[in-house]
Design a protein around this ligand. Structure first.
Ligand code: BES
Ligand code: MN
Ligand code: ZN
Length: 491
């Protein structure tokens, strides 16, 4: 999609999209349009309430279609509303089978929001909403993407253009992750993730190192190896070093890369296993963030870490009751083979801390169904003890629309994962099954962090949707990319 700015309306596009606040005048655009609208409003077929749509063809305007979208009350308008209405416009244009439009949205939004925020929100949601995973669809089922959007923008301002450029990079990096998550698990194997990571590294200034099964055995990554044990797909532990910030220590972003989660011997039932190709979304978020960071030339040193394998059932798979020894020497009783994400993150985190000494570790994982129960698909969960790290991430979430909500991490939870036969167990030994499940998962992971400032982000609800929303489709969302990109931009 090409996003251009124009001081007026571009007459070469298919549609004109006028966005109007409630109680504001629309008379000046065209006589015929004003008559159409007056009638529609009088007959209560349309109002300018937020996201209401009116489609017409004004004969005195040079467009295939003229579309009016209500912006609601001016004093209720926010960046989040701007994102939503932008998504609505994209959907409306696509439903009309049109491929270009000109709009006053940026101009109108900038009467109450900051220029830079308007540029970011509009470019991001245009590109996010225009995405469609159609690789496996026949021609007749593919929808045509929008090719050109012309934003009416009357002043020339570097901060607006800069915002459009930044938003485009972040949204395209997010769409890149959607592709990875939407790909079936038969294709998106750990080996394929390695290949994608290598391609990314060689096209950007990123150093890559990949650990294979033999090296994991030598180094003693028993927790990761245990999960990978039942699969024909070899596991990988991938390190991507992006150096944008001279001699500063790394900030590590660690993403869960389970390419398929069958549950293992604690097999998932029908209804819970079908979407489990999405269980590598944390890994995707790491790749997408590094892509964005390098294109934005973020001035921070970031190490992306991806433990990736499959959680399968077989004659040589890990059993409930097995005890494994993690890289940091701690023993873990596998009380449930379906709590596999924390196991691969444990080894990835303690190995990363030992070898790369990051100052901060942020892990992202589709870790628990409990987090989905708590927060739904509207925001991801964030858990940890580092107040300032948590607050800056929550703030980045608020600004980017890739939102977070904090769950508690009181001392009272900290012994839930203690083992009786082993140092730790991978599901809670206290309370009812599943009790505080998102939190106890984080408790387990925290036992593998030594000195770094650490926080855990559970994207189980946000990474993959069963129903589309305003600017996301059904399927992968690229959750975490906007969040981390904004976080790094703000540092
Ligand atoms: N990958 C799942 C969590 C998940 C659930 C992701 C729904 C996306 C959507 C994870 O590995 C898992 O199975 N977690 C278990 C943990 C339990 C056994 C302690 C769960 O949530 O049931
Ligand atoms: Mn699982
Ligand atoms: Zn999982």
């Amino acid at each position: 999609m090409k996003i251009i700015t124009n001081s007026g309306f571009d007459s070469k596009v298919d549609a004109l999209v006028l966005t109007i606040f409630e109680n504001e005048s629309y008379k000046s655009y065209s006589k015929e349009l004003a008559t159409d609208l007056d009638n529609a409003i009088k007959q209560e077929r349309f109002s300018l309430k937020f996201q209401e749509v009116f489609i017409t063809k004004a004969q005195d305007l040079p467009y295939e279609r003229t579309i009016i979208i209500g912006l609601g009350k001016k004093d209720e308008f926010t960046t989040e509303r701007l994102r939503k209405v932008t998504g609505k416009i994209v959907k409306t244009i696509k439903a009309q089978k049109l491929t270009s439009f000109s709009t006053n949205l940026a101009h109108v939004a900038a009467t109450i929001l900051r220029e830079q925020d308007v540029a970011l929100a509009i470019s991001e949601s245009l590109i996010l909403a225009n995405y469609h995973f159609n690789k496996y669809l026949g021609k007749e089922k593919r929808t045509r993407p929008i090719e050109t959007v012309s934003l009416q923008w009357t002043t020339s301002s570097p901060s607006f253009d800069e915002g459009l450029r930044t938003g485009t990079i972040i949204a395209e990096s997010t769409n890149f992750v959607k592709d990875l998550v939407n790909e079936p698990a038969s294709v998106m194997t750990p080996t394929e993730i390695e290949k994608i990571a290598r391609t990314l590294a060689s096209s950007k200034k990123i150093k890559i190192r990949v650990m294979d099964r033999d090296e994991m055995k030598k180094e003693g990554l028993g927790a990761l190896l245990g999960v990978a044990q039942g699969s024909a797909q070899p596991p990988k532990l991938i390190f991507l070093e992006y150096k944008g910030g001279s001699s500063d220590p790394f900030i590590a972003i660690v993403g869960k890369g389970i390419t398929f989660d069958s549950g293992g011997y604690n097999l998932k039932p029908t209804g819970y296993m079908e979407d489990m190709k999405c269980d590598m979304a944390g890994a995707g978020a790491v790749l997408g963030t590094l892509k964005a960071a390098s294109e934005l030339k973020i001035k921070v040193n970031i190490i992306g870490v991806i433990p990736t394998c499959e959680n399968m059932v077989s004659g040589i798979a890990q059993r409930p009751g097995d005890i494994v020894r993690a890289y940091n020497g701690k023993t873990i009783e596998i009380t449930n083979t379906d709590a596999e994400g924390r196991l691969i993150l444990a080894d990835a985190i303690s190995y990363t801390e030992a070898k790369y000494k990051p100052s901060i570790i942020i892990d992202l994982a589709t870790l628990t169904g409990a987090c989905v129960v708590a927060l739904g698909v509207v925001c991801a969960g964030i858990i940890g003890k580092d107040e300032s790290l948590i607050h800056s991430l929550i703030d980045a979430g608020e600004k980017s629309g890739d939102r977070l909500w904090r769950l508690p991490f009181f001392d009272d939870y900290q012994d839930y994962m203690d083992g009786s036969l082993s140092d730790l167990r991978n599901t809670a030994g206290k309370g009812k099954p599943g009790e505080a499940g998102a939190i106890t998962g984080a408790v387990f992971i925290s036992k593998f962090v030594e000195k770094a400032r650490w926080v855990h982000i559970d994207i189980a609800g946000t990474a993959h949707l069963n129903e589309p929303n305003s600017y996301n489709q059904k399927g992968g969302t690229g959750s975490g990319v906007r969040l981390l990109s904004y976080y790094f931009m703000n540092l």
